[in-house]
Design a protein around this ligand. Structure first.
Ligand code: ZN
Length: 69
C-alpha cells in the first residue's frame, strides 16, 4: 500500500474514510495529523501553499505535547 502524504501538512498519517456514491469516481481521504479531508479528484495546488504554516503549527503542537520536562 502506498503511503499518501497529506497535501496540507505532508504527514503520512492519512487514511481513506469514504468512497464516492458512484464507485470508482473518487475517494475521500483524511489526515489524522491536521484533520484535513479531501477528495482524490480535488485540485490541491492551492492547498500546498499552506504547507509551511501547517508544518510549523504541527511541529509546535508536537513539541508542547511531547515535552516531559
Ligand atoms: Zn495533514
Amino acid at each position: 500500500m502506498n503511503t499518501l502524504l497529506c497535501p496540507r501538512c505532508d504527514s503520512p498519517k492519512t487514511e481513506k474514510v469514504s468512497d464516492s456514491p458512484v464507485k470508482g469516481k473518487f475517494e475521500v481521504f483524511k489526515c489524522n495529523n491536521c484533520n484535513f479531508v479531501w477528495r482524490s479528484t480535488e485540485d490541491l495546488t492551492g492547498i500546498a501553499k499552506n504547507l509551511e504554516y501547517w508544518k510549523k503549527t504541527v511541529n509546535m503542537s508536537m513539541i508542547s505535547h511531547g515535552k516531559t520536562e
